[in-house]
Structure formats: structure tokens, C-alpha cells
Design a protein around this ligand. Structure first.
Ligand code: FES
Length: 235
């Protein structure tokens, strides 16, 4: 494996460091990194937690593509080398660890909660939903915030102010929920939000959870255009 090593402030630029890792048939890339960390070089820094494609913390660039390292197997790459670099588009904190503050701020900016207005009901009030109403937003709720879609997005890599795929898909997760009363028009109908997307579609291609942010963005463009002629239209 070739692994990017970088300590900003100490190193001028990242360098690839090679490690010999046994090619075990059931080893994911993350197992290879853990082998390096445990057996060869304890100074290597990277993030992971669940090891089963749920927490979203182990996203890295594997042979040039954004991948979850716990769900990408070493034997996909033959005898190697397998090159591991941090996700593109994010500042590197150390080695394979990137700064996700901008991403988290973008998620928060779309009001990712159910917005209700004009009610004075107890917090225990239930809002029943049909299976069809659940289906309308369910795919967007599968996002694990792994950042792969941002790293694959050519707009975000060039224009860091772009709201980006996961945040827009998250907004649609609530916009399309029958219990929600917001449409997040003020944060989505912007040049740096849905109108910044050039519909390359890489975000959808790399999503490990089969969320379709590209569809979410195009769909909201239609919503926003309709709203400009029919102000009462929300979805
Ligand atoms: Fe949790 Fe990979 S370690 S998604």
C-alpha cells in the first residue's frame, strides 16, 4: 500500500509512503491501514469507527476514487500497490484525516429538522404517516455523511462555497416529509446552492448508500422555478 503522509506546518507537501501489507482475501482497505498502524507504523493517522459502512467516517481516496475504506476490498486491486490519500476538496489535518467543519456547517444551514408552524401541541403529539409518505423522502434519510459525494463533486472542489450534494439531499429529506412545513427556499434557491450544480452526477455514482443527490438537486431546481411563478407551490 502507498499511503499519503502529511503534517501541515511541518511538511512542505504530502508524500506517499510505501508499506508491505499481506494480501488477505477478506481484507478491506481499512484492514490494511489497521495492519500498518498496529504492526508497522503507529504514527499513521486516519478515521474509522464502525467498520460496517454505517458511521461514514472512513472515507478516503483509494487509487484516485472516493471510497469507504471499510467497504472496499484489497483484492479489487490485484497485487497492488493500492494508493490511499485523503478525500479531495477538504483541508488535511494530518495524513488521511480531513477537516470537516465546513461540511458540518453546510448540513446545519439547511435546517435539518422537522419545521412546524402555528402549533401549540404537546411534544408527545404523534403525526401518522402512510408508507407512501415515508417512501417520498426515505432514500435521502439513508445518507451517512461520509463526504464521498463532496469529494467527487467538481463544483465543490473548485467552489468551496457551493452548498453541495449531501446538504441539498438532506434538505430534501425534510422538504419531502409530509410532517414538515418548510421548503428551505432561502438556503436552496441560490447560485451557491442548487443553481451552482452543473449536473455532472458523480455524487450519485460514488454514494455507498444509493442516495441520489443529483436527482434531489435537479428536482429542487424545478420546485424553485415553479415557486417563482406559483408562490404557493412548495414541493
Ligand atoms: Fe464506519 Fe467505514 S468505518 S463507515
Amino acid at each position: 500500500m502507498e499511503v499519503s503522509r502529511y503534517r501541515p506546518g511541518e511538511d512542505d507537501e504530502p508524500v506517499l509512503q510505501g508499506y508491505d501489507v499481506p494480501l488477505m482475501p477478506d481484507w478491506a482497505v481499512l484492514d490494511g491501514l489497521n495492519y500498518i498502524k498496529d504492526q508497522l507504523d503507529g504514527s499513521l493517522s486516519y478515521r474509522w469507527s464502525c467498520r460496517m459502512g454505517v458511521c461514514g467516517s472512513c472515507g478516503m481516496t483509494v487509487n484516485g476514487e472516493p471510497r469507504l475504506t471499510c467497504g472496499t476490498f484489497l483484492d479489487e486491486y490485484g497485487d497492488g500497490p493500492v494508493r490511499i490519500e485523503p478525500l479531495k476538496g477538504f483541508p488535511v489535518i494530518r495524513d488521511l484525516v480531513v477537516d470537516i467543519d465546513d461540511f458540518l456547517a453546510k448540513l446545519s444551514s439547511v435546517r435539518p429538522w422537522l419545521v412546524r408552524e402555528g402549533e401549540d401541541l404537546p411534544l408527545t403529539t404523534e403525526y401518522a404517516q402512510t408508507p407512501e409518505q415515508l417512501e417520498a423522502y426515505k432514500q435521502y434519510s439513508m445518507c451517512i455523511n461520509c463526504l464521498l459525494c463532496y469529494s467527487a463533486c467538481p463544483v465543490y472542489v473548485l467552489e468551496p462555497d457551493f452548498l453541495g450534494p449531501a446538504a441539498i439531499a438532506l434538505a430534501q429529506r425534510y422538504n419531502l416529509d409530509s410532517r414538515d412545513m418548510d421548503d428551505r427556499f432561502d438556503v436552496l434557491n441560490l447560485e451557491d446552492a442548487v443553481w451552482g450544480c452543473t449536473f455532472v452526477g458523480e455524487c450519485t455514482q460514488v454514494c455507498p448508500k444509493h442516495v441520489d443527490p443529483a436527482e434531489a438537486i435537479q428536482r429542487y431546481k424545478l420546485t424553485a422555478a415553479l415557486r417563482s411563478v406559483l408562490p404557493w407551490s412548495r414541493r
